[in-house]
Write a protein that binds this ligand. Structure first.
Ligand code: SER
Length: 316
């Protein structure tokens, strides 16, 4: 990767990935894009509506990029609220991005998700290759996306790669519209109020990961030797399998008075229950050396520290 276009660069992953790519590959080599221009973009920025057929192609050509990292998408709960819009953005955007990669011979990354699994998938130690019959629009989009990326590789030779991300936790940009968002909210509320009401029920396990591990995974996979890759577009990766009470216990080690209670949201609970409890990441480890650095307690220490600094700075 030398010159990279990032779509959805203002989103949860994109806002941090763009900065990391800029410091690794150079300011002038990263083209951030999103549907709207921020007030003060920090580097090269282009407005792209991924649903418009030619916009990704035109900007990729203009800057002579060699890689597209396609992140523009709706998350699971939002996609359930607006299924048709999700189809248009998640699938329409993806095929437009893949077409640009095909026509300009670009490397390509897009994330899949634990949402690509469904109720009939084995729940524990979920294998890399297994039953995928998701029951959400987001899941339908993700499975179709995995297959579409495989198709563009096998049919047209596009160097497509991807991972199935678990719930991603970060202090920089809020996720907005996902099922795993509680695992971010809980840290803010722990600092602001000392309590948190979880919309996910006690005992509901999902895979999670701290954002620095997710960013490293993207870069590591994109730089991996293609000869070692038996899979391409849907590597299971995870750092921890956790339920709300595990976040509460981890936070209590730092904020002993912290308390969590529950008011379950049936929609997001239903989505969570349709996903695995813990996925198996052996293929990613074997084929490109994936490894997560953060567990729940080291993540909690860092999240609390960084959110405190952020809130202090914002109130100054
Ligand atoms: N974090 C995502 C969501 O909850 C899962 O891919 O939608």
């Amino acid at each position: 990767m030398k010159k990279i276009l990032v779509t959805g660069a203002l989103g949860q992953i994109g806002s941090e990935l763009t900065e990391q790519l800029r410091s690794t590959y150079g300011e002038d080599n990263i083209i951030a894009s999103d549907i709207r221009r921020p007030e003060n973009p920090s580097g090269i920025f282009e407005e792209i509506d991924v649903t418009k057929e030619k916009e990704i192609y035109e900007i990729s050509k203009k800057y002579k990029v060699d890689t597209i990292i396609h992140l523009a998408a709706l998350l699971s709960a939002k996609a359930e609220a607006f299924p048709k819009v999700a189809w248009e953005i998640n699938m329409g955007g993806l095929v437009n991005a893949l077409e640009a990669a095909k026509q300009l011979d670009l490397k390509f990354f897009t994330p899949s998700s634990i949402g690509a699994f469904g109720p009939s998938t084995p729940k524990d130690n979920t294998p890399q290759d297994t039953l995928q019959r998701p029951t959400t629009m987001y899941g339908v989009n993700k499975v179709a996306g995995e297959l579409l990326c495989d198709y563009y590789f096998s049919r047209f030779g596009v160097d497509t790669r991807g991972v199935r991300f678990p719930g991603l936790i970060s202090y920089v940009t809020a996720p907005g519209g996902g099922t795993t968002d509680y695992a971010v909210e809980v840290y803010y509320e722990a600092i602001r109020k000392g309590t948190y009401t979880s919309y996910i029920a006690q005992g509901t396990h999902m895979d999670m990961m701290y954002m620095p591990d997710a960013l490293n995974a993207i870069i590591q996979l994109m730089e991996a030797d293609p000869d070692r890759l038996k899979h391409r577009n849907a590597f299971n990766i995870t750092a921890m399998s956790a339920a709300p009470e595990h976040f509460a216990a981890s936070i209590c080690k730092q904020i002993p008075d912290f308390e969590m209670d529950y008011q379950v949201d049936p929609v997001r609970q239903g989505i969570a229950e349709s996903w695995p409890d813990s996925i198996n990441a052996d293929a990613a480890k074997e084929e490109w050396g994936f490894e997560a650095a953060y567990d729940i307690d080291s993540m909690t220490i860092d999240m609390l520290k960084k959110i405190r600094e952020k809130l202090k700075k914002n109130s100054a």
